[in-house]
Design a protein. Structure first.
Length: 367
């Protein structure tokens, strides 16, 4: 396997997680893993163990959200655990660099759950819930707020940026928080060292921060605002705004929701995806943090997620049910489509080459 694909299964033809084998650049095929999961909308791997973690994005009416793990045994996956996310509709998760903590963002309930992991990647001890509270009228009455998407807190992203620093984007409150989790680990049996909010970056009303990336070299924090279709650049050390740039072309008046953001340290470029304009946008980054569009790559409808694997750009397009692979041409700012793989309601793409699953899973082609 070269890729794993997450999907929405409820109300679609998707069967859960799909594996894709890319062999000799022939037409790749996607095959569903033989493990039943529901709405596996985001996937992540353990930093050193052959374990795949996923959210099962389910509402209270569907039984509530789940955080699940699948263990790779050399020829396939087996279920390691499934635990309640202690909230509704978990949509993102990540594992700390040392493999000891797992964080998941519950979108509908506006909370983040943090689990401890043991040496085998299993959940250990009791989790902690980080609750976000909207500081505005819960009826959505404050001017500038999105009338439907910002009536309450909506945690959308929970990413470890250091072994004990957790970055959380809350689309509902227009805020990004950093939590210090020093001392909170499996040794802390009684949870005496709870996560502490150590920094908050506040965006303009109605911006809707969805995802973010940190440039470790310059200590700049890039935040993608889904509702206002903008990229904000903050200093990671304070709340100072360095730059602000729309993701859309000046003459593009279509309805759009920005979705994913990725920082390419190797060539110091920033990439985002637009759902509505249906494109990926490459920004060149100036020395002071200013952004300039250098490329727009047109894709089918609803590019919800994308990921780089070496020089291959993989894009999950939900509505046509396709995962596409693009590569640069001889012109560094031009890209051509190499593959298209049919995957119903594809919403997350995880290349395996640089993950803990990579070596073993890539040798296996028996899907």
């Amino acid at each position: 396997m070269d890729l794993l694909i997450g999907t929405y299964t409820e109300g679609t033809d998707a069967l859960g997680i799909y594996g894709v084998v890319v062999s000799n650049e022939r037409s790749p095929q996607a095959v569903a893993l033989d493990i039943p999961v529901r709405n596996p909308s985001f996937l992540a791997t353990h930093p050193s163990l052959p374990i795949l973690y996923l959210v099962e994005e389910l509402s209270a009416g569907e039984g509530g959200g789940l955080v699940s793990a699948l263990s790779w045994n050399g020829v396939g996956f087996s279920r390691l655990f499934s635990r309640s996310s202690l909230g509704e509709d978990p949509c993102h998760l990540s594992i700390s660099p040392d493999g000891q903590l797992l964080a998941a963002a519950n979108y509908s309930s506006g909370s983040v759950v943090v689990f401890k992991l043991d040496d085998h990647g299993r959940i250990h001890g009791e989790p902690v819930i980080i609750e976000h509270q909207a500081e505005f009228d819960s009826r959505g009455g404050e001017a500038g707020r999105h009338s439907e998407r910002q009536q309450q807190a909506h945690a959308h992203f929970s990413q470890w940026i250091a072994p004990r620093n957790l970055l959380v984007c809350d689309l509902g409150t227009d805020q990004v928080h950093r939590y210090d989790c020093q001392g909170f680990d499996r040794v802390d049996e009684k949870n005496t060292h709870l996560p502490i909010r150590s920094m908050t970056w506040t965006l303009p009303r109605g911006a809707g921060p969805r995802h973010a990336v940190l440039d470790e070299t310059t200590r700049r924090l890039w935040v993608l605002a889904e509702l206002s279709n903008e990229v904000f650049c903050f200093s990671a050390e304070d709340d100072r705004v360095i730059s602000r740039q729309t993701t859309l072309a000046a003459d593009d008046k279509r309805f759009n929701e920005a979705a994913e953001i990725e920082w390419r340290a190797m060539d110091r470029t920033l990439w985002v995806s637009n759902r509505g304009a249906d494109e990926l946008v490459k920004f060149d980054v100036g020395p002071s943090g200013e952004l300039a569009v250098s490329t727009r790559v047109t894709v089918p409808a609803y590019p919800r997620h994308f990921s780089w694997s070496d020089d291959d750009l993989w894009v999950a397009c939900r509505d046509p049910g396709q995962v596409l692979c693009f590569r640069r041409t001889t012109n560094q700012n031009e890209f051509e489509q190499v593959f298209a793989v049919n995957v119903p309601s594809a919403v997350c793409v995880l290349p395996l080459a640089s993950t803990s699953l990579g070596e073993g899973a890539q040798r296996y082609s028996g899907l």
